[in-house]
Write a protein that binds this ligand. Sequence first.
Ligand code: KIV
Ligand code: ZN
Length: 516
Amino acid sequence: MTVALKKGVIMPERIYIFDTTLRDGEQSPGYTMNTQEKIRVAKQLEALGVDIIEAGFPIASEGDFEAVRQIASTIKNSEVAGLARANNEDIDRAWEAIKVAAKPRIHTFISTSDIHLKYQFRKTRDEILKIAVAAVKRAKSYTDNVEFSAMDATRSDWDYLCKVFAEVIDAGAVIINVPDTVGYAVPEEFGRLIKYITEHVPNISQAIISVHCHNDLGLAVANSIAAIQNGARQIECTINGIGERAGNAALEEIAMILKTRKDIFDATTNIITEKIYPTSRLITSITGVPVQPNKAIVGANAFAHESGIHQDGLLKSKLTYEIMTPESVGIPKSSLILGKHSGRHAFKDRIESLGYSLTEKELNSAFKRFKALADVKKNVYDEDIEMIIMDELYKVPEKYKLIYLHVSCGNFTVPTATVKLEIDGNIHQDVDVGDGPVDATYKVIKRLVKTNSKLLKFSVNSITKDMDAQGEVFVKLEEKGKIAIGKGADTDIIVASAKAYINALNRLEYIKHTKE
Ligand code: KIV
Ligand code: ZN
């Protein structure tokens, strides 16, 4: 028995990780992904050891449906869940999308709080109960693997909640999920609610208790942990904690809490923690949304010890200030930095140690770009290599190519840009002025390409820390509801900005001509 156990509660040994990065995470602003990117993330989640991948909300759009269907046909080891509101149309559509999966799961939900019932659903508790039971029965007609979520559970009447859970379990639900939809709960109270459910749902032994916590008060992870201590066995979470509003419980934090504090939690997950950092980086590179530097486990400063006292202690023994090692979450030891004398073999080795595998063709092309970068940059770091890999993995046909860019700018000059592009094999050139060199460059590109797209987002980050570091630019464009994210990296940030814009325009073209 461990110290965290309350008398009478049986501590679960195995915690199932339900990842909703591709559903709750992807539906939040700024995190849109296309099907190809979602499949790549799903494969990474499978490699990470996630038990259940919530692949999306199939009824939401044709694109969502297609992405869920393709993920379902690709993933073999993890369960693949499709989300559905508690009605026949949603459930039928979800099943249509996931039925090809090796292990499909239908996840259906409806609210149970009086606030939602009164203002959103305009239904009585009895009516909602009937809808929930009917939805679970419908889902059960397709698969035994049915999860039911009581949305806004934490603001619901506890006895009503238990009644709903008891009836949906009778109807066939094998996982009952307790979402803290608005991030309102605090750990002690949430733990008590889970315990209450274990004691007041008579048939609870026939189902797994799951929790799904939002981070509005910064308590999503703490609440999930309190739930584990009180009998929950499935945790719904996302990579980097992305999700609606302030996000969801962060997968990496849950996994590392359980691993680091084994002395308290007699519970394990299937997560291969060494794959946490590459997975986090994958999400960042695809979405263009950086992780805050002080983010636990995966932030840039998570293992950086700055103070003299800490550094002194660490030099004497790692035990003084390090509760887990960077390697245990997959942060590579950058002891070997590549440069222009590094050969193809060293480059291939480094790519493999970063957790990627490229085809021969991709490797050749990536190596060429590495050599070009090493010519202008003394040290090529892992982050630079990852940027090259990402470009290789997400290549789209290049309708537009940057041939030449010249800018003049300074504090007493009107910023001017001359741009030469290859468009469908023909060369076009133009010049313009702007508020700054990027503005001038973008004006010329926009005119040459004749695009009606709107620039929704532009961000510049430094990939590494040296003076000759590459600038990494993310651009997000929108045209008639289609969204494309473009990336560009270069030691010159104006060139990186031009590359990112052109990359986004090529992606937009690609998206316009595919089903997405
Ligand atoms: O936050 C929430 O309640 C949800 C449900 C659909 C599980 O995302
Ligand atoms: Zn949610």
